[in-house]
Design a protein around this ligand. Structure first.
Ligand SMILES: [Zn+2]
Length: 305
């Protein structure tokens, strides 16, 4: 079957209701989310009133993620698709563009009162908005509005849970600000595998350097490794951090290059940047992953070099 016929077939399924529409099962809204951070919020706002599926599990890099045949089927059967946008899920853009029927929402785009940061090239938007917890609280509220629009009969419940979740995330935001305030300003330099933490830096007062850019699609070169090693030596940085969804080898090269030049720098631990932790661990929720990161960063940078 050629491509056009395939899409037509899918459209027919949706129109005729042979595809499992909302009325086909128990009347609950079918929601498909991309990253774990979105899936966690949508599950909480849905409160058992939706069937929520996430495409990207622990350790999965959303910059590089390609849709499987199963994903295309799940997306085409969804009532609502929730994704980050700002080019995070770069390789799913074509699939999103061809979704027949389903509503979809790029949650990170057009947030009220919050222009996205730009990457180092000054043009591409930085998609990692979830690391400013106050911005992610706006996303929680937006999910409530999206669910309410797709399923008006249950709108009041979605909005109430979204408001409560938004409030709890704002409280977490204030808690992080208070904890970071204990760290001397000259220690607030965060060096990681890729530039996922610019929003974290802006919200909580850290200077942030990533070995790779805002996407992991471009590899770091030997010059990038040496430049970062120089920074570690000159600023006497005590620790740098690997990320759960990015291979560690290039960051380990930075560590070796800095140590070869006499720096006392160590791996401060693993941060969860673009994916949640394994199921059953504290880091498999958004709030848990943020707390883990803050504990790991402050624990390593508080030590005297
Ligand atoms: Zn990233």
């Amino acid at each position: 079957m050629n491509r056009a016929a395939w899409w037509l077939g899918l459209l027919w399924l949706v129109w005729t209701g042979c595809g499992p529409g909302r009325d086909g099962e128990d009347g609950r809204l079918r929601v498909v989310c991309t990253t774990g951070m979105i899936t966690d919020l949508a599950t909480r706002v849905g409160g058992g009133q939706i069937v929520c599926q996430g495409l990207m599990g622990p350790g999965v890099d959303p910059h590089l993620y390609k849709a499987t045949a199963g994903d295309v089927e799940r997306l085409s059967r969804a009532d609502l698709v929730l994704y980050n946008g700002l080019h995070l899920e770069a390789r799913l853009a074509e699939v999103f563009a061809h979704l027949p029927g389903a509503r979809s929402a790029a949650l990170g785009e057009r947030l009220p009162g919050a222009a996205p940061l730009l990457g180092p090239d000054g043009h591409a938007p930085d998609p990692h908005i979830w690391f400013d917890v106050s911005l992610w609280s706006l996303v929680a509220r937006r999910i409530g509005e999206e669910l309410a629009a797709a399923d008006p009969a249950r709108a009041a419940g979605y909005r109430a849970r979204a408001a409560a979740l938004g409030d709890s995330l704002l409280a977490l935001h204030v808690e992080i600000q208070a904890r970071v305030a204990q760290l001397p300003p000259d220690r607030r330099l965060l060096v990681t595998a890729h530039d996922a933490f610019q929003y974290f830096g802006r919200a909580y007062g850290f200077e942030v350097r990533g070995l790779q850019g805002i996407s992991t699609a471009a590899e770091a070169g030997a010059r990038d490794v040496q430049a970062l090693a120089t920074l570690l030596v000159e600023r006497r940085v005590p620790a740098i951090f690997v990320e759960s969804s990015v291979p560690r080898r290039t960051l380990e090269a930075v560590l070796e290059a800095a140590r070869a030049r006499g720096a006392h720098v160590r791996l401060g631990g693993e941060l969860f940047s673009d994916a949640l932790g394994d199921g059953g661990t504290p880091e498999d929720t958004y709030a848990g992953m943020v707390r883990h990161n803050v504990d790991t960063i402050l624990g390593a940078l508080e030590e005297q070099p």
